[in-house]
Design a binder for this molecule. Structure first.
Ligand SMILES: Nc1cccc(Nc2ncnc3[nH]ccc(=O)c23)c1
Length: 302
């Protein structure tokens, strides 16, 4: 029996343009099954290819079990089967609960740790190429029961080639990813599409927006959940909407007015990471070190 036939679907836990995510049972384990529509075949193939060829076993990357292609009443179903996380995405979690500074730091540090693992080339037999995610957002980050995050959805990821060029994935020519999280250089199409490093800088910009989403729900000044650019962009914004906001006006999310040193440091970190100029943004390793210092000050055990 193929993998899909060994899984019993129990309940739908997510629905989107991509398809659906179900909680399933595979022998004794709970699994997540992302069922994509056939128009998403390229992303499904890319995610399957990456998980199958690159050792991507890391606490802060969604753990892969397998992929399968089945047909249900004549319709092709693309399955991606992974570990299941009952708390759902960071987006769900932030909508559901406010955070202490310790919880926020644990979530942010583990998310950066996952992105750093993707961004870092590892040499040797168990090695991996540098990978840029290209669709970082709070809906693509899952919350583990231990309070850490793991990064999901590698359907748009690119790896670094021998000459520093981006490899794999759909031709990066036309804009991909989630428009609300697109960096200024993607929105005004000034990005150098032949440079892998340019895509890493886009991940850092999007991550900064996620840090802002988490900080908005943190501490004594915690406010209701809002997506980035909620007061400027309509729901389902166009690239043109976002270009006017992010490139022309140079607007960015409004920092929290919490003057606690940790929150002040978080705001400074975000501003560097969502900078208009990609080369000013910090590399993931620097972001991690800054967050580790803040976590240490707050006695967060990582
Ligand atoms: N990209 C991708 C691929 C496969 C599954 C997912 N989603 C999930 N994975 C694991 N636990 C979950 N728990 C709740 C909602 C979810 O959406 C979920 C995302």
């Amino acid at each position: 029996r193929t993998l899909a036939k060994q899984v019993t679907l129990q309940e739908c836990v997510g629905k989107g343009r991509y398809g659906e995510v179900w909680r399933g049972v595979w022998y004794a384990d709970s699994v997540a099954v992302k069922i994509s529509f056939s128009r998403e075949e390229a992303a499904w193939r890319r995610e399957t290819e990456l998980y199958s060829t690159v050792m991507l076993r890391h606490d802060n990357i969604l753990a892969y079990i397998g992929s399968d292609m089945t047909s249900k009443n004549g319709c092709t179903q693309l399955w991606l089967i992974t570990h299941y996380h009952p708390l759902g995405s960071l987006y769900d979690h932030l909508n559901r609960t406010a955070l202490t500074r310790q919880q926020m730091l644990r979530l942010c540090l583990s998310a950066v740790n996952g992105l750093l693992h993707l961004h870092t080339e590892i040499h040797g037999t168990q090695g991996k190429p540098a990978i840029a995610h290209r669709d970082i957002k709070s809906k693509n980050i899952l919350v583990r029961v231990n309070g850490e995050c793991c990064i999901a959805d590698l359907g748009l990821a690119v790896t670094r080639g021998a000459q520093g060029e981006p490899c794999g994935g759909a031709p990066p020519a036309h804009r991909q990813g989630t428009r609300r999280y697109m960096s200024p250089e993607v929105l005004d199409e000034s990005i150098n599409l032949r440079s892998f490093d340019a895509f890493r800088a886009c991940d850092v910009y999007a991550l900064a927006l996620v840090l802002w989403e988490a900080c908005r729900r943190t501490g004594r000044c915690a406010r209701d959940y809002r997506p980035p650019y909620h007061e400027l962009a309509p729901s389902d914004p166009s690239c043109e909407d976002m270009r006017k906001i992010v490139c022309v006006e140079g607007a960015r999310p409004v920092p929290s007015d919490d003057d606690h040193p940790t929150m002040v440091a978080m705001m400074k970190l975000m501003k560097e990471c969502w900078h208009q100029n990609p080369s000013v943004r910090l590399p993931a390793l620097r972001i991690k070190k800054t967050l580790m210092k803040l976590a240490e000050n707050e006695h967060v055990d990582m």
